[in-house]
Design a binder for this molecule. Sequence first.
Ligand code: NAP
Length: 508
Amino acid sequence: MTVTLSRDPASEAAAVERVRVAIIGAGFAGLGMAIRLRQAGYEDFVVFERASEVGGTWRDNSYPGAAVDVRSHLYSYSFAPNPDWTQVLAGQVELWDYIRRVSRENGVDDHVRLETEVLGGEWDDDAQRWRLRTSRGDVEAQFVVSAMGPLSNPSVPDIPGLEDFRGHVFHSGRWDHDHDLTGERVGVIGTGSSAAQFVPEIAERTAHLTVFQRTPHWTFPRLNRRITRAERAAYHRLPALQRLVRARQYWFHELVLGSAVQHPVVTETISRARLRWVVRDPELRGKLTPSYRMGCKRIVINDSFLPALTRPDVSLVTDPIVRVTPHGVLTADGTEHPLDTIVLGTGFQVMPVADPLRGRDGDTLTERWADRRAAHLGTTVAGFPNYFMLVGPNTATGHTSILLYAEPQIEYVVEVLRHADRHGIGSFEVRQQAQDAFNDGIRERLRTTIWTTGGCDSWYLNERDGTSVLWPGFTWSFRKALRRFDHENYLMHRDAPRRDHGAVRQPD
Ligand code: NAP
């Protein structure tokens, strides 16, 4: 099936494609949006993807050992269960295969424009349309859904001398599979969830591995296991059984891990005991002992990282990095650590926004958020009509599946489209007052979370304006907040100027 794009016959805008919905990003959230649009009967949409394949995080993070740390039956779309997961915590290849398969089976692939980057765009208030410029031409869209993921662009640290290093450098989020680390002296900067997964894998083949740690992370066991063939067969035969397993996993993450993150007394005790058990050397153990509360930063759910650090051919360096030299890394104690390759496990630029887009008043989101990052329900922004963010501010999680937050947002967008169809609405813009009230509430709730009181710096919080990436509560309260389209909080303009965008086919 191909997407039919209507063309404006009247002007040279004849080259401009017109669609009802433009989705930016073909990761878990963007493809989920596309699937639900089709299921709701909407066909007039495109998904712009700058890369050459769909998959988002699970396409990009292909480093050795990459895997999810949320149970797979929960870390999948509620509308596309996968009876074939082979592990309780699936690996990257399996996750990427799942996303591609679900996208294909739900007829979404034909809507995806690969290698097409959205370069810019403005809201045209007269036409009540977004005018987008992409790397493959101009597109006019009534609605834009930004699904770019909160952690999609690698963060390259501003360490002096890094560009002059004579060896090889790459980031964990863009692993260089053509570069063989066998027999090399390798330095890893960072000890977050990504580094903790690839360090044990590459330690098997490097001549020497030096891990540069700025802050120790709390760790917790993965509790992974293989899912047996018999279990998988049972899920095929009895889908209700799989739903039951998913429900159990939901409540485990929600009640056990969600509560543990905010009240970590027991989990801290377990984590400390495990550290004592695995790391016998008191000096190394001291370096690995956090001085802030567990849950303040993202907990590293991992079994093999601590044992890898006890290997004789692995060193943990905690002296601060002064600079990178042409042949290694110089630390504050005056030691130069000679290296052939540096792997940056330094995380991501948090929450990139569709910055080339300019809202009703001509400003970008970065400009609008100069004082404070704020969105209504983490989804819509005053001054940006017909613009939705999936996994926007205050909608990520540190204790369960991100899809439990993305899916209510997706349903919210579908409800908005239905409302537009039912009432002949051309545009929706959240009222500033409603957005402010929502964000004041969030700010109040954030004051008592462990992310604020736990005594650490993390990507969860924006130091400048005190806002958070995470939802300060359980998933059910987020779902409740988005369960219906609160149209009373929106300014609405009637009469979409071009009715040809409004065609809806019957749901599948
Ligand atoms: P991250 O958690 O942000 O960790 C980045 C690491 O780099 C930290 O140890 C940080 O130290 C260090 N770092 C950053 N800049 C540095 C500098 N200039 N000098 C020295 N060290 C520096 O990034 P990530 O490990 O890629 O993980 C990002 C997120 O992705 C995770 O929090 C998690 O939500 C998700 N993730 C999940 C899984 C999973 O198992 N499902 C796996 C990977 C990632 P500081 O702590 O001092 O800042």
